[in-house]
Design a protein around this ligand. Structure first.
Ligand code: NAD
Length: 485
């Protein structure tokens, strides 16, 4: 909470119905820079009452947003994408500061992906068609797709801007209005996006941003009878609670949860490329990636080679100040996340895995942990089964294709997987056998708004991106018109 020592920090209020307003409880939390632990801003702690006001604003705005011509909505979203491009340096700096993400990576990935997502869905606005369906000669029967209504979007801290936009852009394109709850510790980019949306011509009340605690703002949003759909990205445990909370008025729910993705390297793979991609697959964004290739499965003939090369790459990673242009890995996002990661390092050692490199905190300020590689990891160990969400690779030995599939599919998750081999039959067999929403062959980690994204099991359900998201944010309606004389 705010104290006298935080005087002088910028206060970030809620964004509701086009206006920045103070939270009804009057409380602000202190937002920290994960790289230095220094306070960077004061952020409004929204309340259930604030959520109620935001939902009412969003309900009222539905008529306005849907009353527009579809092409006009598309033009506004296009303008919003342009504004994001014009402000990309500012937004990237904000995201890097708030989440501890290396600025170079934010400029290369997060910001372009957010702009691309907006531009892509801007193009969808006037293409959300129904169909005329032939049923009987004396009736005209057709379908239309209507917006689901008010969307509650709950966003995690690992890609606040990009994942936020994966929800905001398709919902807006479909004519929905939103109340967005950014993660408590990374709210700044969402608030700025909300302002740019207004500047682009998105009417007040269409995109509301309510910052604050998951248990307060998130719970209130999920339980609110005026919310028609919840789209959530985060942990399985919170996802389970959301599913239960949303049952009250049978909200539609999409859950993008965690992962423990396998990156499978066969002996005939190009080892140089495979290990390079495996290293970035686990160390990119300090391992705080739902699709991180946290389990590296290496065939026994190349196992030692893979471990050695991976450790060498881990040691060579430039960990440091996220604002440095040549920094490739920043800190973890919070003290809590750092503790989780260090606890898992201890668990891995206790379980008998071999710590090849890393495993320690770096320095005493900022939430930095060394890129870490565990070898001799057994499939049943906790570090092989549980999501760590940090820069910790578990390298697991396998015997043959069947063994690789058994291990790869042997967790509760099923978000993504990678396969490395020169055998064209094998990679296709693996793509078929792997239980995952995305399979990468001789590459790892790409996402694109044009392809569906999501998983099943503890990785959640439903997909984001592409035309699937259009289905997520619309309800089909069947219309019968009698032609009888
Ligand atoms: P989290 O579940 O703790 O938080 C996610 C969001 O939910 C935050 O905004 C948080 O404030 C909110 N929240 C917390 N408690 C809530 C409650 N009771 N009701 C409603 N909302 C609540 O997860 P996190 O720590 O922010 O993110 C890490 C997790 O997210 C990891 O498990 C990761 O794998 C997953 N993730 C998945 C994807 C994907 O696309 N599948 C992408 C990114 C992250």
């Amino acid at each position: 909470m705010e104290s006298a020592t935080h005087a002088g920090l910028v206060r970030h209020d809620l964004l509701i119905d086009g206006k920045r307003i103070a939270p009804s409880g009057g409380d602000y939390s202190v937002d920290l820079n994960p790289a230095t632990e220094a306070p960077i801003a004061l952020v409004a702690q929204g309340t259930a009452a604030d959520v109620d006001v935001a939902v009412q604003a969003a309900r009222a705005a539905l008529k306005v947003w849907n009353g527009m011509r579809a092409a006009e909505r598309g033009r506004i979203l296009g303008r919003m994408a342009e504004l994001l491009r014009e402000h990309q340096d500012e937004i990237a700096a904000l995201e890097s500061l708030d989440a501890g993400k290396p600025i170079a990576a934010v400029m290369r990935q997060d910001v372009p992906a957010a702009i691309d997502t907006l531009a892509y869905y801007a193009g969808w606005c006037d293409k959300i068609n129904g169909q005329v369906v032939p049923v009987r000669p004396d009736a005209l029967t057709y379908t239309v797709r209507e917006p689901v209504g008010v969307v509650g979007a709950i966003v995690p801290w690992n890609f606040p801007l990009m994942i936020g936009m994966w929800k905001i852009a398709p919902a807006l394109a479909c004519g929905c209005t939103l109340v967005v709850k950014p993660a408590e510790i990374t709210p700044l980019s969402a608030l700025r996006i909300g302002e740019l949306a207004l500047e682009a011509g998105v009417p007040p009340g269409v995109l509301n941003i309510v910052t604050g605690k998951g248990k307060v703002v998130g719970d209130a949003l999920v339980a609110h009878p005026g919310v028609d759909k919840v789209t959530f990205t985060g942990s399985p445990s919170v996802g389970r609670g959301i599913l239960q909370g949303a049952a009250g008025n049978f909200k539609r729910v999409t859950l993008e949860l965690g992962g423990k993705s396998a990156n499978v390297i066969f002996a005939d793979a190009n080892l140089d490329q495979a290990v390079r991609a495996a290293a970035s697959g686990i160390f990119f964004n300090t391992g705080q990636v739902c699709s991180a290739g946290s389990r590296i499965l290496a065939h026994r003939d190349v196992y030692d080679d893979v471990v050695e090369r991976l450790a060498a790459r881990a040691k060579a990673i430039r960990v440091g100040d996220p604002s440095g242009r040549d920094t490739s890995m920043g800190p973890l996002v919070s003290a809590a996340q750092m503790k989780t990661v260090l606890d898992y390092v201890a668990i891995g050692r206790d379980e008998g895995a071999a710590l090849v490199t890393g495993g320690r905190r770096i320095g005493e300020r900022g939430f930095y942990v060394e890129p870490t590689v565990f070898a001799n990891v057994e499939h049943e160990m906790r570090i092989s089964q549980e999501e760590i969400f940090g820069p910790v690779a578990s390298v697991i030995r396998f015997e043959d294709e069947e063994d690789a599939v058994r291990i790869a599919n042997g967790t509760l998750y099923s978000l993504a997987a990678g396969v490395w081999s020169a055998d064209i039959g094998r990679v296709h067999r693996m793509a078929r056998e792997l239980r995952a929403g995305t399979v990468w062959i001789n590459t790892y980690g790409y996402t694109d708004v044009r392809l569906p994204w999501g998983g099943s099991g503890d990785s959640g359900f439903g997909r984001e991106h592409a035309d699937v998201a259009i289905e997520n944010f619309t309800e089909p309606k069947a219309v019968w018109l009698s032609l009888a004389q």
